[in-house]
Design a protein around this ligand. Structure first.
Ligand code: SF4
Length: 628
């Protein structure tokens, strides 16, 4: 029997012990086992999913006949280095690389990678299997579709392959392919990857997933899906991540899948959480499913991946979003069910301008939608990676070392400018986006910015731009060290240093704990420039600071303010200028846990569970005055 080794190295977030099962390569092998010539000739010796020093990994690979590697942006170079080392030690081993980051434009690929024998393009199941059959004389090489062949350094590309029928693909979970992964890595937590359908009818130009090849949606059988979900429950998988491009698009069927997930959680206590990409056009179903999952506490929030709110950008990136009315309905339903709503945006896409980006983002914030903004990574096989598209939109790029480098450095191509947002503007836009989303999402400014907007028509964009400029120009401000640091990154085009989440902890510790008083004083100083004579403003700041719980706050604090500033700022009520008493109940970490403030904030940022409960009260209380 010939030894097969496979690897799909998981995404690893620095500092996190959450990993993903190597689903894609698992499903490739699962399919192969159903085809003639495989089981009688090959045995799968190991599937690797956790990066380790390559010397160490090499000791686990013995007499390989085939090494199959699934590649994406976080493991491309690791895979190639592993391939090089394996070829060096075992020159007869066939090295096959597939996965989304395998270049479809493969001309020249093998010139510098003589150790790679074949690339598989797009769906890998059929072409990988055919290669294995060819190695044992059961297939003609040139009959294999969807591959690139290393012909002494030259590329021979065969014609594109047809899509496979998903009914033919067994589940790698149910075959036991991942049974050892958890026990081999007891210190790591593995998220389950669920695939209920494959394909996407949309064609977003930044994405390597949709497009004409995969526009037709193909479905996995419901029985297979049910058994996989049950496997995840029995195996105590904490989080299931759905790899469908548009969950909810298949309406009744997707409702049934949500029901299965909920029933499985009721039965086993697992999976605890479910995460997915939502459909862009199935509003009613989408809300139904989201509410069900929320009620089962399987979703922490509802995330709408909008990428941009500018119609011109959406046209240029061929993106379809939920319609405005539908989006509002989804958000309102989510809020009515105490669910926070997040959106993911991509900063600086073709067609975006300073005005469109800042007003679009502030419009979302004003509707209490939490914004996460990401830089544009230009993916190998996306339309945006096509030189013609790059030229057409005046795209400039830089290549950066990835956050996901571990043992071997990985690189990403990042967009740094377009014809509508040149690099010089993009640099400031990054800082503006960082301070705006950071301040609003974490409760530093959302009361005072809304107060100024409502009472004095101060646009949110302007409020945050002033805060940014003040922070950059005022060396003793709490923001100065961070903004100047980020400004340095922006100057170097190191845009990925701004990635949401990764840089939050030290910043939050600095602004929210170590320099808390200065942070709020800075915000107050900037706010006063918009309303220098407003005597209520310091009361607004008290409300602002008090509702961002810290563990130092009293469990319950009574505050008398000069008006109903809290409701006025956040709700649709008029300002009533008379002494108004509030009681603030600080928020707590869950019973039995003892996180630091920063840990707690990081875990509640997107659900807004950090907010103190604020109520108006009638009885007398003590006046607290913290800003003067
Ligand atoms: S981003 Fe999502 S909707 Fe757009 S093409 Fe890719 S998978 Fe489809």
């Amino acid at each position: 029997m010939k030894n097969v080794y496979l690897a799909q190295m998981s995404l690893e977030i620095p500092g996190s012990n959450y990993y993903y099962f190597p689903y894609s390569i698992g499903v490739v092998w699962a399919y192969a086992t159903t085809q003639p010539g495989i089981n009688e000739n090959y045995q799968l010796r190991n599937i690797f999913s956790v990066k380790e020093p390559i010397d160490q990994l090499m000791e686990k690979i013995v007499d390989p006949h085939v090494l199959g590697l699934s590649t994406y942006t976080w493991n491309t170079n690791y895979n190639e280095e592993l391939a090089r080392r394996v070829k060096e030690r075992y020159p007869d081993c066939k090295i096959i690389i597939g996965g989304p980051n395998t270049p479809n434009r493969s001309e020249g690929y093998f010139e510098s990678r003589e150790y790679v024998d074949y690339l598989t393009h797009q769906e890998g199941e059929g072409s990988f299997t055919a290669l294995l059959q060819y190695f044992v004389g059961e297939y003609e090489l040139m009959d294999i579709t969807g591959i690139s062949i290393n012909d002494a350094g030259k590329t021979i590309k065969t014609r594109p392959s047809k899509r496979i029928e998903l009914d033919d693909v067994p589940s790698p979970y149910l075959m036991g392919l991942f049974d050892n992964i958890k026990s081999d890595h007891p210190d790591l937590i593995f998220n389950g990857v669920l695939e209920t359908n494959r394909g996407c009818p949309f064609m977003c130009t930044f994405c390597d997933w949709g497009g004409t090849t995969f526009s037709k949606l193909k479905r996995f059988g419901m029985e297979r899906i049910a058994l996989e979900i049950d496997w995840m429950g029995r195996n105590q998988i904490e989080m299931v991540v759905n790899s469908d491009a548009n969950f909810g698009i298949l309406k009744d069927r997707d409702v049934l899948i949500a029901d299965m997930l909920i029933e499985t959680k009721e039965k086993y206590g697992y999976p605890v959480l479910f995460d997915t990409n939502w459909s862009k056009n199935a509003t009613t179903t989408l809300v139904d499913i989201a509410v069900k999952l929320l009620n089962a506490q399987m979703m922490r929030r509802f995330t709408m991946a909008l990428q941009s709110t500018n119609p011109d950008v959406l046209e240029k990136i061929k993106r379809v979003n939920l319609k405005e009315e539908a989006m509002t309905r989804v958000a309102e339903t989510a809020f009515a069910n105490n669910m926070s709503v997040n959106t993911e945006l991509i900063i600086g896409l073709p067609g975006e301008t300073w005005e469109s980006w800042t007003s679009g983002l502030c419009n979302l914030l004003s509707r209490d939608i939490i914004v996460e903004a990401y830089p544009v990574t230009i993916l190998e096989n996306s339309e945006m990676g096509d030189p013609v598209y790059i030229k057409k939109h005046g795209i400039t790029t830089t290549t950066l070392k990835s956050f996901f480098s571990n043992h071997v450095d990985e690189y990403q191509i990042m967009l740094t400018g377009t014809s509508t947002l040149p690099e010089s503007q993009m640099k400031k836009l990054w800082l503006w986006t960082w301070i705006t989303s950071m301040m609003d999402a974490n409760g530093y400014t959302q009361v005072v910015s809304r107060y100024l907007n409502k009472r004095y028509d101060v646009p949110f964009e302007q409020f945050y731009e002033k805060l940014l400029d003040y922070g950059l120009e005022t060396p003793n401000s709490a923001f100065y060290p961070w903004l100047t640091k980020w400004q340095g990154y922006a100057a170097e085009m190191e845009f990925n240093m701004f990635l949401a989440g990764l840089t939050y902890s030290p910043v939050m510790q600095s602004l929210g704990v170590d320099n808390r008083e200065q942070t709020y004083q800075d915000i107050y100083t900037v706010s006063r420039t918009f309303a220098p004579d407003d005597e209520l403003l310091h009361d607004v700041m008290i409300a602002q600071e008090r509702q961002q719980t810290t563990f130092d706050h009293d469990d319950i604090s009574h505050v008398t303010l000069g008006a109903n500033v809290y409701e006025y700022s956040l709700d649709k009520v008029e300002l009533v200028e008379q002494p108004t008493e509030y009681v603030f109940h600080k928020a707590y970490p869950p019973a039995g846990t003892n996180p630091s403030w920063v840990e707690w904030y990081n875990s509640t940022r997107k659900s807004k569970k950090w907010q103190a409960t604020v109520k108006q009260v009638k009885e007398k209380s003590t006046l607290l005055s913290e800003f003067g």
